[in-house]
Every structure is written in C-alpha cells, then in structure tokens.
Design a protein around this ligand. Structure first.
Ligand SMILES: [Mg+2]
Length: 228
C-alpha cells in the first residue's frame, strides 16, 4: 500500500557532492610547496598516506585547508550534482545533507558557515543539514556516501546505502553510482520498489525554485525563467 510519506535521501558532501580531494590537493601543494602531480588520486582512504602524510600531518593540513584556504566554501562541485538533486527534490524526495566536517575544535564557525554558503552558491536543494560522524544514527530511507567506513557501518546497521564511486571504494559491493545521473536512476528505482507515493511537490520548495542570482542570470531580455 502506498503512503504519502516522502522518502528521505541522506547525502554526504565530500567526495559525493563536492571535490574534497581536488581542493585538498591544491591546499597541500600550497602549504608544503609540492607539485600537485606528486599527489595522485588516493586508492586507499586512510588520511592520505599515499601522498606521504602521517595522520598527524593530514590533520594539520586539513585544518589549514579549512581555515586558511576555506576549501569548504570554494571547492568545486562534482558534475551534475545540482541538477540531479533538483530533479529528485522536484519528485518529492526529502534531501538531508549529512556530513562529518566538524572534526576539530575552534573552526566550527568557519566549517559550518562555509558549508552553508557553498550549498547556496552551488544551488543545492536540501531540507536538513546534519553535522555528524555517526551517520547510521541519522534517520534516512536511503544514504549516498563515498566513504568505505560509512558505507559498511550503514549497511551493518541495516540501512540501504548507495556507493558514490571513487577509486578508494571500488572494493565495495553495489548499489553503486558513477555519475549523478546514475544516482537519480538508482533513487527512482528504489522509490518504485518501495511503492512510495510521493507528494508533488514538497511544500515550501517550489519546483525549479532557483536563487535570485540564478534567476537574474536566466533573465534574458526581460523574460524571467523562474519564480519565487
Ligand atoms: Mg565523503
């Protein structure tokens, strides 16, 4: 029997919505005066030992990347993330951002503020923003993550977790998405499998609602493409 309860999608940020590794590579290159090509894509997610960093060096470099280079505000979005999340939101999916970014003290204001600014600047629709490491304790019907540790812990807790493909998680079984188009396909398939009837649209977020900046950019010759 169908219900009117929206499906909640728990979405990780780093390595899923945003290119953390690319931003961190640029910051480490600046901090340590290293050439970026000496820091290849990591295939093991372990505090960048493949770049020659110890855990302590990674933590120090990450802290400087957040505070000095403001990577949470400036890192690049991964291709297609905004359009895909808007497509899902317009289908009635409740987007719940779940991120473990507050990993050290005395930089929480920068981390939280830059994260919110990044989400707005990159036009990411979301209903909740959760800063937490213990992801299985954040309720969601479906989770999307790149971290092997998170995927394993979510699945051990009985959650359904989609792997967002990265070189360091290829050993994990699917479901797996290699693009944001594939995320949409997998989520829609999951919704259909659960026989959920979605409210269209969610109240408070109009379909294709865009920021004023985006509306202005789309306003060509006085034709405003989107509304309030
Ligand atoms: Mg991640």
């Amino acid at each position: 029997m169908s219900t009117s309860v929206p499906i909640v999608l728990g979405v990780d940020l780093d390595g899923v919505c945003a290119d953390y590794e690319g931003a961190f590579r640029s910051s480490v290159a600046r901090q340590l005066d290293r050439a970026p090509e000496t820091m290849p894509p990591q295939t093991i997610m372990d505090a960048y030992s493949q770049w020659g960093l110890t855990l302590e060096e990674f933590e120090a470099a990450h802290r400087r990347a957040v505070i000095e280079d403001r990577i949470f505000r400036h890192m690049a979005p991964l291709p297609g993330v905004s359009d895909a999340l808007w497509e899902l939101s317009d289908l009635g999916v409740w987007i719940r951002i779940i991120t473990h970014r507050l990993i050290f003290n005395w930089a929480h204001e920068t981390s939280a503020a830059d994260t919110a600014a990044w989400l707005d600047a990159n036009q990411i629709p979301y209903r909740d923003l959760c800063f937490i490491g213990d992801k299985p304790n954040v309720g969601a019907d479906l989770y999307l993550d790149d971290s092997p540790t998170n995927i394993v812990s979510l699945r051990e807790a009985g959650r359904t977790a989609i792997v967002f493909d990265q070189p360091y998680n290829r050993h994990l079984p699917g479901p797996r998405a290699t693009t944001w188009d594939e995320v949409v396909h997998l989520v829609v398939t999951e919704i259909e499998a659960r026989d959920r009837q979605l409210p269209l649209p969610l109240s408070g977020i109009a379909p294709h609602d865009r920021s004023p900046l985006d509306a202005a950019a789309e306003d060509d010759g006085g034709q405003v493409a989107v509304g309030g």
